[in-house]
Ligand binder design. Structure first.
Ligand code: GDG
Length: 519
């Protein structure tokens, strides 16, 4: 993550405060013992060094069953050693509020509203009130932590859409930035939300608002333009509301390429990958095609299973020549739609297997379990192909991880509705809704020559290596710093790889007249 330190220095002593619903680590009880568990996360990896170097704080909702007993009265605990030291401040929401905020408004309203996956969002007044209340609880914690300091507050994702506005009122000296990890839909899709204006005003509390793609930025500006009495400055990609200005820019998120590549290339990892490959390819007789995702309807799992069935109908020569392993870790199981979807997936797997299982060959293996991250990378190493079939996806980091960890002669099929598809042009594109064409694309990938696969993979690797998670964090810090300059419309030199993956930072800086200079 070269260059990150330089950007941290440019924060000139301001504390860096990350606010996210999910905490970077949890305290969990195992028998009589309490252990700090750190779920692997690219986001944590990228932001922890910044929080640590600025003696900052990470504010997040509690999730571990032993969280409460490890914090002080204000909910603070030091991040566990080795190597990292910063303050984690936990927010403890009452269970009912947590349920309505998280399971309700975040995952059953905003998630389907922002993903065009033909899953109807639900709009419950009670959930919306809980969402506001939860955002207020986060605002209280941030205000308590930073007071009048000129800190940088970096808010994560769709759980906290109204937090920036609350902070703008309470912490006028802070620079507030937010990254929205999921897509922003077109104005027609968004306008069905009864609280759309409140959500948009909440997000306009940001100095800087980041999305994965320029396309999401355009959708957001268009939505704001239709819904609010504001000035949308398209040339500099910013929204001017009263005396404040929100720059809107794209920062395509990525993965820690070198870390994943190195870890998956260790002898032990290679041996494990070889074992998985031998076990699932029938000793090399069949190709091993994998997919990895949260068990979520937006990932197009059902559509992929339909395409696999169609593959065997349209291209019967692939019977007994390929095995599909899908690793779908259970997710949001408190949401009914997710439980129903898991059942649909199970039934579809059983149906396809019942149709085609033959003399020891089972076409699909479904692993609905959480797999350790190193083990996920072993699967990437073992596979001949990966399929990412999302109906809509902000970015999709699985695709980039596969490029970092996969074999030289592996091939990737990638839904054209993922953000990742914008940059990863050497993947085989698929439309998960077009079942026949999807099946044909699988057949095409399976039949692709080793030379072509290697050539595509070499190019893909170059793209991900040159735009990794470090570049993402650096570009965001740079844009935050730009907000401090009294210069408008600075076009930053970009470190991206090609047009599709470059951060677009046209809207750089404009002083916020209402506030004092922060030095
Ligand atoms: C959201 C946006 C955007 C999956 N199963 C297991 C496991 N995973 C890991 C993968 C990967 C991560 O989870 C999934 O990241 P994605 O980016 O693919 O998708 P979302 O979870 O929907 O993430 C998305 C992202 O935010 C970042 O901005 O790209 O568009 O929807 O890292 O490896 N990890 C482990 N076991 C599993 O079973 N350890």
């Amino acid at each position: 993550m070269d260059g990150l330190l330089q950007e941290i220095t440019s924060l000139e002593g301001r504390r860096f405060v990350v606010v996210s619903n999910r905490q970077p680590y949890a305290h969990v009880r195992h028998g009589g013992q309490v252990r700090a568990e750190k779920p692997p996360s690219g986001l944590t990896l990228a932001l922890e060094p910044i929080v640590q170097a600025t003696r900052g704080t990470w504010i997040a909702a509690s999730s571990g069953d032993a969280d409460a007993e490890t914090v002080d009265r204000a909910g603070r605990v030091m991040a566990p050693p080795p190597g990292v030291e910063y303050t984690l401040r936990r927010i403890f929401l009452p269970p009912r509020l947590q349920q309505d905020f998280y399971t309700g408004f975040a995952n059953s309203t905003l998630w389907p509203l922002c993903h065009i996956a033909y899953h109807q969002p639900r709009f419950e007044e009670r959930w919306w009130k809980a969402y506001l209340q939860a955002n207020q609880a986060f605002a209280d914690a941030v205000a308590d932590e930073i007071g009048g300091d000129p800190a940088v507050v970096f808010v994560q994702d769709f759980h906290l859409a109204v937090l920036p506005q609350l902070l703008r009122e309470r912490c006028p000296q802070a620079i507030i930035a937010q990254f929205w990890h999921i897509p922003w839909p077109n104005p027609e899709a968004f306008r069905i939300c009864p609280w759309r204006k409140e959500i948009l005003r909440g997000m306009l509390g940001n100095d800087l608002l980041g999305f994965h793609l320029p396309y999401h930025c355009m959708n957001f500006l268009e939505t704001v333009d239709r819904e609010l009495q504001v000035r949308v400055d398209r040339e500099s990609s910013a929204v001017v509301l009263g005396r404040s200005r929100t720059s809107v820019a794209a920062f395509p998120m990525s993965v820690d390429y070198h870390h994943i590549q190195t870890a998956s290339g260790l002898p032990q990892a290679r041996a494990e990958a070889a074992r998985l490959r031998a076990e699932h390819s029938g000793g090399g007789q069949r190709q091993l095609v994998i997919s990895v995702e949260r068990l979520d309807y937006s990932k197009g799992i059902r559509e992929r299973l339909e395409a696999i069935q169609r593959l065997f109908e349209r291209h019967p020569q692939w019977k007994n020549k390929v095995v599909f392993v899908h690793i779908a870790t259970p997710s949001r199981t408190t949401v009914r739609a997710y439980r129903d979807y898991a059942q649909t997936v199970d039934r579809t797997v059983a149906r396809v297997n019942a149709l085609y299982t033959h003399s020891g060959w089972i076409p699909i293996r479904a692993l609905h379990i959480y797999v350790e991250p190193e083990k996920v990378w072993n699967w990437y190493q073992a596979a001949d192909a990966l399929i990412v079939s999302s109906l809509h996806d902000g970015m999709n980091l699985v695709a980039k991880e596969f490029v970092a960890a996969g074999r030289d002669d592996a091939v990737m099929l990638l839904s054209e509705f993922t953000g990742a598809a914008r940059a990863l042009k050497e993947a085989v594109p698929i439309n998960p809704y077009a079942t026949d064409a999807f099946a044909d694309a699988i057949a095409h990938a399976l039949a692709m020559s080793g030379d072509e696969r290697r050539d595509r993979m070499r190019r893909l690797r170059w793209r991900v290596e040159h735009y990794d998670i470090g570049v993402w964090a650096r570009e965001i810090l740079r844009a935050i710093r730009q907000r401090e300059f009294d210069v408008q419309d600075i076009a930053l030199p970009v470190a991206g790889v090609h047009a599709g993956s470059q951060p677009r930072l046209a809207a750089a800086a404009a002083p916020r007249p209402a506030r004092a200079r922060r030095h």
